[in-house]
Design a protein around this ligand. Structure first.
Ligand code: TXA
Ligand code: MG
Length: 356
């Protein structure tokens, strides 16, 4: 056990002195949980192999699952990656700082422990003022996975981090809720055509427009199958899952909500007949149709950003109902909806019912 200090800062205008203190802890080999615009990360100085090793140990993360390098300026990009062609430069100029991670051929500066001995590196410039200031005060890239225990939903508040990592990390910076709630989009631009490895807040539609090319979206990126080969090594591990088993009820068409509601109700009634306790995760448009059952509202279908923002919080809440099964409504795969469905399908262990 270590002594964990919780430092509260203003998310938009973080106090210099407090962030300097955190940067000093990183300089001295410590590990610090900090907010990004997507989820909280658990950071170490990229060049400090011992601190990086601590991150894997504390999270119980397998060493073959590489970390994202967080940078604050473009000089740091060229410090860690090579072969950054014009198309990639154009893409990042439009979305950075922001929730896009690119996979590029790595430079030797990056310790092998960070990239799990791959010859590529994952890089992103986060858009959160606290994250940017922390990297700036350290003066070096920060490597950071999401600040949850391996297998648990990613943390979107400092309290989630405290639940998982109190007593294991040196500092937890509390800057309230993160802005987006799902992890960054990951795009492999080290191969051609580029491949989406993880859907996120920057949509495929937007990436194709900015990159000027078709982007490969695999079944695995949609969360429909587990990847056998470790294209993005993280994708082969069980993720985000509450203890309560999830079943996702999906439809081909979310304009007619009566279909999804009757699909959910049929399933719920069947489970209850078998003596099971059930909780439902539903949109604000449909929640009222499940009167009499335990329902968690996840947000409006008209604003999928709201659903994304609540997603991991809701997945952490599920277990409090001590149900035998949790029935979850599916969402349209458009825009950030693809990221939502990828996380839900994986959290369910691919336990999906399709309504026609
Ligand atoms: O929004 C985010 O990306 C958050 C915040 C903290 O920045 N970070 C995050 O990190 O989600 P993590 O470690 O939970 O997920 C990173 C994913 C993993 O699935 C990992 O396998 C993949 O990125 N990854 C890292 N380096 C890679 C590489 N060189 N090639 C392919 N995939 C890689
Ligand atoms: Mg993670």
């Amino acid at each position: 056990m270590v002594e964990t200090e919780i430092i509260t800062v203003d998310p938009l205008n973080p106090d210099d002195k407090k962030i300097e203190k955190c940067a000093n802890v990183l300089k001295n080999g410590g590990i610090v949980a900090f907010p990004t615009e997507t989820v909280y990360g658990l950071g170490a100085c990229m060049y400090d192999r011992n601190a990086v090793r601590k991150i894997f140990e504390v999270k119980q993360r397998p060493f073959d699952n590489p970390l994202i390098v967080h940078i604050e300026n473009l000089k740091q990009l060229y410090e860690v990656a090579k072969d950054v062609n014009e198309k990639v430069r154009n893409l990042i100029s439009h979305v950075w700082p922001g929730p896009l991670t690119v996979i590029l051929p790595k430079k030797r500066n990056v310790p092998d422990i960070v990239t799990a001995h791959l010859d590529t590196v994952a890089v992103r410039m986060p858009a959160h003022p606290v994250a940017l200031k922390l990297i700036r005060k350290l003066g070096r890239p920060i490597v950071a996975p999401s600040a949850n225990l391996a297998g648990k939903p990613s943390p979107t508040t400092a309290n989630h981090v405290i639940e998982d990592l109190f007593g294991l990390v040196d500092i937890i910076i509390d800057a309230g809720e993160t802005f987006l709630g799902v992890e960054s989009t990951i795009l492999n631009v080290s191969i051609h055509p580029p491949v989406l490895l993880r859907p996120g807040p920057i949509s495929v539609e937007k990436l194709e427009k900015l990159f000027g090319e078709k982007i490969i979206v695999t079944e695995q990126a949609r969360g429909l199958i587990e990847s056998e080969k470790a294209i993005s090594p993280g994708t082969k591990y069980k993720h985000y899952a509450p203890r309560t088993p999830l079943i996702i009820v999906e439809s081909e068409n979310y304009t007619d909500l009566s279909k999804i509601v009757s699909g959910v109700l049929d399933l719920v009634k069947k489970e209850i007949e078998h003596g099971k306790k059930v909780v439902i995760i539903a949109s604000s448009e449909t929640a009222d149709y499940y009167g009499g059952y335990d329902v968690i509202k996840i947000g409006s279908r008209k604003n999928l950003y709201e659903v994304a923002k609540n997603l991991f919080k809701v997945l952490r809440e599920v277990d409090k109902y001590e149900a035998d099964i949790c029935v979850v409504e599916g969402f349209d795969e458009k825009g950030i909806g693809l990221a939502i469905m990828n996380r839900l399908r994986k959290a369910s262990g691919f336990n999906i019912i399709k309504i026609r």
